[in-house]
Design a protein around this ligand. Structure first.
Ligand code: FUC
Length: 778
């Protein structure tokens, strides 16, 4: 029987600790990084809760400048022999110079991260909705308000703010509806007729506001980087009142003497949707017709279908007195006094996933769904050397599996251009993507050798889409992704060359994402043969394709070819003279020992090629690697280190990294070094705001509680002392299509349940004992 012990009193104790999951503050947001993110997977809004003037940043996940382009250099492959020869001669710096000349993308590429006005494009803000309030008896300069509170409920995906001016209580409620697909802001006053405000909408560029009937509209066309005629968008704003009047003046809706005003915002773009203008109108009408209470309930019900799948408690969670910004500071001083904050952060990660992507649309970008600029940092793009992959790491374990599908479709969309890129640069088979992509299927190398030719992007993406299979066991899905995996394996298989020193088959040229090293002659380079991450990704991918082809009964000859090749590929890790995992095929000295990327530990996470059980020496070397790298970095780098330490079964170190990730910060400058942390709105600071740190941290907490990459389910593989006293989990997922509930006390599992829609035997590690049990029917 799966259930070993049931202690009811503890169940009650744990459940009794469940606090409402909310972020809350006692003042309006002063900066964007204090505003609260709402989203329904397509539309986003971030209200600041200002008393005199409310600014709401609006987003649409599809709103990108740029357009399809062909930036392949079709002569690049001709430079390959020279590049490879220079690398064999140890002239890596000269090879790098040739790459910069002949082996990068053509044209402006990604605009070096500032691509808003070139074909690569940029994810952009949709607009700003501004509500200017008038309070009788107050001039706008000095409004005297009290009892201010602002909150975001993660249980309901509804934000709220309340305050009092001149004895009148005002309430605002905001949600991006999972019912009818609009954003809604409801303003109320508890004294009849006390609501006076004017509503306008604007955009820093390429936006025209106009009144059309009783509707306020914002429309425009973004730059495609060639003739300026890029993506079109339209936002419609309409107000429904109780009491008072609404009139229009100078592209503004003016509300006078109302008691309640519900503002509806419907928006869309022509991204894969020619009839978006009409649709935004139809959706808006439907939302307005739906009674507010019913619409809100519909929203909450649909949202909770995903959110309520998981419930966790990590023990005492008694700090709900302090506002979230102050709570962060208290946590920083005494983390173990508030085990509720990691729960809030974990569930916030799940909330952010649900809000920032939707099946059929685009995956979350560098800022998820939320951007307040035209030139979003790094184009708000899909970085393929960790960032977009990290954005998806919590989804399976945190029971939001279907939210991986937008990424799968993004990857599927890369194949056509990726095949051209494989041919143009490597005369290779299959498809490849390098370091950045966008909704326009960019697969070419970036415009700089030092970061742009990392070609593990496509292989790394294959890890994400493969893991969706390992968690779901869905063979139909496997069949649908098999061509993607196979095409990627074909690429790597077709470009490997023999390293004469070791005899191994390796990539050349290669690099370890964004890091560089000293050559024996003191010169520096980023270009090498067979970086460790390339070797690990290829090993993992070939193994997965072999497994898939067996399951699907396909491609026996190709499977055999890959099996033979695997024997010639470098091992999962090579240990350097000083006992670390080597980052490159040669034991080079890195130029930046604390570099933010730790790509050579890909084999620890996500790949599971290096584990304390299977490869103890490599696991020890991985620990040394991490100790030299240090615990700081941009937020995503700190989050990655939580995952590494969790996989290395050091719960206390993983927890220490988690507390580093939660360092309160106000920094917003672009950072490549140390100094990651968290903003008052619990969004991750690279800085600037970058959502991968939230998702990586969420995945990290999951990995501390449950692992399943070694052929068995491991309960509490890396629990830190702070969470040992007691806790419980309901609804986390393990590979093989299993759902896990468990409770613990003093670090020991006291009850657990493993359920599956296809119940069968499963191996499970409980309190250090490996056993086989029968899963129950889910
Ligand atoms: C990679 C990282 C940077 C940043 C950028 C978006 O280039 O090295 O720190 O996260 O992606």
């Amino acid at each position: 029987m799966p259930v070993i012990t049931t202690l009811l009193f503890l169940t009650n104790l744990c459940l009794g600790q469940q606090q409402p999951l909310k972020l809350w503050y006692d003042k309006p947001a002063q900066v964007w990084e204090e505003t609260l993110p709402l989203g329904n997977g397509r539309l986003g809004m971030m209200p600041d809760g200002g008393v005199a003037k409310e600014n709401i940043v609006l987003n649409d996940i599809t709103l990108w400048s740029g357009a399809e382009q062909d930036a392949n250099n079709y002569n690049a492959y001709k430079a390959l022999p020279e590049i490879r020869k220079l690398l064999l001669e140890g002239k890596n710096d000269e090879a790098q110079a040739v790459i910069n000349k002949d082996f990068i993308c053509t044209g402006a590429g990604s605009g070096s991260g500032s691509g808003a006005k070139v074909p690569f494009g940029c994810y952009q803000v949709l607009g700003n909705l501004s509500i200017q309030f008038k309070y009788s008896g107050s001039d706008s300069a000095g409004i005297d308000f009290k009892n201010y509170e602002r909150e975001l409920s993660l249980n309901k995906a509804v934000a709220k703010c309340t305050y009092q001016v001149n004895g009148v209580n005002y309430t605002r409620e905001y949600f991006t509806s999972f019912g009818n697909d609009v954003s809604i802001v409801k303003l109320t006053a508890d004294k009849p007729g006390a609501l006076n405000c004017s509503i306008s909408i604007s955009r820093p560029e390429r936006g025209t506001a106009a009144i059309n009937g009783d509707e306020l509209q914002l429309s425009g066309q973004l730059d495609n980087g060639t003739d300026g005629k890029g993506m079109e968008y339209l936002a419609r704003v309409k107000a429904k009142l109780k009491g008072g009047t609404v009139s229009t003046s100078n592209s503004t809706l003016v509300i006078k003497g109302a008691t309640e005003a519900i503002i509806y915002i419907s928006a869309g773009t022509n991204f894969k949707d020619k009839s978006f203008k009409k649709k935004t109108g139809i959706i808006l009408d439907a939302a307005i017709k739906s009674p507010y209470a019913a619409e809100k309930q519909h929203h909450i019900t649909n949202y909770q279908k995903l959110f309520n799948r998981v419930n966790i408690s990590l023990g005492d969670a008694n700090n709900t007195r302090e506002t979230t910004d102050k709570r962060l500071i208290s946590f920083h001083k005494a983390p173990s006094a508030d085990n509720g904050l990691p729960v809030l952060f974990f569930q916030y990660g799940r909330y952010l996933s649900i809000c920032s992507t939707r099946v059929g649309l685009l995956p979350p970008n560098l800022q998820g769904l939320w951007a307040n600029q035209i030139q979003t940092p790094w184009n708000g793009d899909y970085h393929l050397d960790i960032n977009v992959q990290m954005n998806h790491w919590p989804l399976e374990v945190a029971n939001l599996s279907e939210l991986n599908l937008p990424l799968v479709e993004l990857v599927r969309g890369l194949i056509k251009n990726g095949e051209k890129t494989a041919k143009a640069y490597y005369n290779g088979k299959g498809w490849v993507a390098h370091v950045v992509t966008n909704p326009w299927h960019f697969t070419e190398p970036g415009e700089e050798a030092s970061w742009g030719i990392s070609k593990s992007g496509s292989g790394w993406l294959c890890n994400n889409i493969w893991e969706h299979y390992t968690f779901t066991n869905d063979k139909k899905y496997l069949l649908s992704i098999y061509p993607i995996l196979k095409g990627s394996a074909e690429f790597y298989n077709s470009i490997l060359v023999k390293d004469p020193k070791t005899g191994w088959q390796v990539t050349s040229p290669s690099s370890s994402p964004e890091n560089s090293f000293y050559l024996p002659n003191g010169k520096t380079s980023a270009i090498c043969m067979g970086s460790t991450i390339d070797n690990q990704i290829i090993r993992e991918l070939f193994n997965n394709v072999i497994t898939a082809s067996k399951i699907l009964g396909k491609d026996e000859a190709f499977r055999n070819e890959l099996s033979l090749k695997l024997k010639e590929i470098p091992p999962a890790g090579v240990i350097s003279k000083d006992g670390r995992i080597q980052e490159w095929l040669e034991d080079y000295k890195e130029t930046e020992p604390q570099h933010r990327h730790v790509s050579h530990l890909y084999g620890v996470y996500p790949a599971g090629l290096i584990t304390p059980g299977k490869t103890p020496d490599l696991a020890e070397a991985a620990k040394k690697t991490l100790n030299v790298r240090g615990d700081d970095g941009p937020g995503w780098s700190i989050a990655y280190k939580i995952l590494f330490w969790a996989r290395l079964h050091d719960g206390n170190r993983a927890y220490k990294l988690y507390t580093e990730l939660m360092k309160p910060t106000l920094r917003t400058d672009i950072n490549y070094g140390s100094g990651g942390g968290i903003y008052a709105n619990l969004l991750d600071a690279g800085p600037p705001f970058q959502i991968d740190g939230n998702f990586g941290g969420t995945a990290g907490i999951g990995e501390m509680l449950i692992q399943s990459h070694e052929g068995y389910i491991d309960l509490l593989p890396a629990i830190p002392d702070a969470w040992r006293p007691y806790g419980m989990v309901k609804g986390l997922r393990a590979r093989g299509n299993f759902t896990i509930d468990m409770q613990w006390k003093d670090g020991k599992i006291i009850s657990y349940r493993v359920a599956s829609s296809s119940p069968r035997k499963v191996k499970i590690m409980v309190n250090g004992v490996l056993k086989e049990i029968m899963a129950v029917k889910a």
